[in-house]
Design a protein around this ligand. Structure first.
Ligand code: CMC
Length: 435
């Protein structure tokens, strides 16, 4: 971040002689920012920006998005290159440490993660406290938050070694928790992790295998899973990442912060969208019902949205959606699914929406979730697991952003202000005197 003396913005209060000359700070890519930290001290005012659409709340070196051009970079590397050439754990190392690892760093990182995949045996008991039909995200919030009660040795957030071991524990244990959540839902025995398998492979094994028979993970599906994890690994200062940072800014421990991120991810406007897409496609039912559905989406009184379309930042095709679409075809072909009615419906819906002025004028394009649900369903995941899988992938993004925040000398407790529009000061009236 740099500020040159001549770059500034002057904010003048009309009708008074008060003004603020605010420095303009420049990043390495993307829009510059106006540093308004002195606004309240100098002008006695706050900025008003519901949804933070025009506010940079942090300085970050991790992920860059150019929403107009449809560009996504992790530590400078295009998502398309990482999707094609990297693995999830290598990408995780990159996000966490800033550089791609050399061969020995990569091996040490992978071994570090793999050594932490098991859960404390007492954590098994936690699952029994949930109803069998509990939503996986409810279980994930509870069990991930509960990890803080098991790792007192690594809760000192000012100690880099503690932060590092917590990062390993989270990246390694979240897939085990997600897989066990599913096993609990369907009433099958929990499968213990296998450290001889790759990260995505092990996850598929814990999810699909049963102790009664051998299970071999299909390598094409393991690669597709790894790719899905890479695509969802980080996405700049989105709602759940900002939630993790806000919780972390208070000094809360990383397990509690990631549990907060999981809660934030759950909503249908964020990570819950892939589940919502599949529900929407099932409700539409057939290609002939698409025009009627699109009419409802465009009717402002209906509250119906085309799920998997639109994004706060991308005003172009989400680059992840393009990769997802290709992977979707590969997975369906590997599984021998020739004519998937949901995929057919999704492709027709996409074609119609991309040519409809309502979507074109608002720059609404498919996002990452438009196709991910179809792939995940084909791979045997229940719809309610979709957001939990997103949480497995995003844990590395959350922990990388939390780590960056922990090292940032400018980090302060997150504390937004407000425009108060409630009552003026008034005196309490006893109940007998109220009309
Ligand atoms: N269907 C129909 N209309 C839409 C949609 C949609 N999916 N998304 C936005 N619009 C309209 C919206 O009604 C508004 O119209 P108008 O200007 O006439 O009032 C205009 O487009 C701008 O929308 P907005 O709500 O101001 O945009 P936002 O940046 O606040 O919302 C969003 C972004 C992702 C919440 C929204 O596009 C949405 O709800 N999409 C569907 C849910 C979804 O797919 N979410 C996954 C996001 S990607 C995964 C992730 O990162 O979590």
């Amino acid at each position: 971040m740099s500020a040159s003396g001549k770059d500034s913005v002057t904010i003048a209060v009309n009708g008074s002689n008060r003004s603020l000359t605010a420095p303009v700070l420049h990043g390495t890519l993307g829009p510059s920012v106006v540093d308004i930290r002195k606004l309240y001290a100098d002008l006695g005012m706050f900025t008003y920006d519901p949804g933070y659409g025009g506010t940079a709340a942090v300085e970050s070196k991790i992920t860059y998005i150019d929403g107009d051009e449809g560009v996504l970079l992790y530590r400078g590397y295009p998502i398309e290159q990482l999707a094609e050439k990297s693995t999830f754990l290598e990408t995780a190392y990159l996000l966490l440490n800033g550089e791609l690892p050399n061969a020995s760093e990569r091996e040490a990182f992978e071994n570090g993660v793999i050594r932490h995949t098991m859960l404390h045996e007492q954590i098994r008991q936690f699952f029994n406290g949930f109803r069998r039909d509990a939503h996986p995200m409810a279980v994930m919030c509870g069990v991930v938050g509960a990890l803080s009660a098991f790792y007192h040795d690594s809760l000192d957030i000012n100690d880099p070694d503690s932060r590092r071991i917590s990062a390993f524990r989270l990246i390694a244990k979240v897939p085990t928790i997600a897989a066990w959540t599913h096993k609990y839902n369907v009433g099958q025995p929990f499968m213990y992790p296998r450290n001889d398998l790759g990260y995505a492979e092990n996850f598929l094994y814990m999810f699909h295998a049963v102790p009664a028979e051998p299970y071999t993970v299909n390598p094409i599906l393991a690669r597709a899973m790894d790719l899905i994890l890479i695509l969802h690994a980080d996405h700049e200062q989105n709602a759940s990442t900002s939630t993790v940072r806000l919780a972390g800014s208070t000094g809360a421990n990383p397990f509690a912060c990631i549990a907060a991120g999981i809660a934030s991810l759950w909503g249908p406007a964020h990570g819950g969208a892939n589940e919502a897409v599949l529900k929407m496609l099932s409700e539409i039912g057939s290609v002939s019902n698409i025009p009627d559905f699109i009419r409802k989406v465009k009717d402002k009184n209906s509250n119906v949205r085309l799920m998997g379309f639109g994004h706060r930042v991308y005003k172009n095709y989400d680059p992840r959606a393009k990769i997802m679409q290709k992977t979707c075809h590969e997975v369906l072909s590997e599984l021998g699914i020739k004519d998937d009615p949901l995929l057919e419906l999704a492709m027709e819906l996409e074609k119609i929406a991309l040519n409809d002025p309502y979507f074109v004028e608002r720059k609404l394009y498919p996002n990452v979730d438009f196709y991910s649900g179809i792939i995940l369903k084909a791979m045997g995941f229940s719809t309610s697991m979709f957001t939990a899988l997103f949480a497995v992938a995003r844990t590395i993004g959350w922990i990388s952003q939390w780590e960056e925040m922990s090292r940032d000398p400018e980090q302060r407790i997150g504390r937004p202000r407000q425009l108060y529009t409630g009552s003026q000061r008034r005196d309490f009236v006893p109940v007998a005197e109220r009309s």
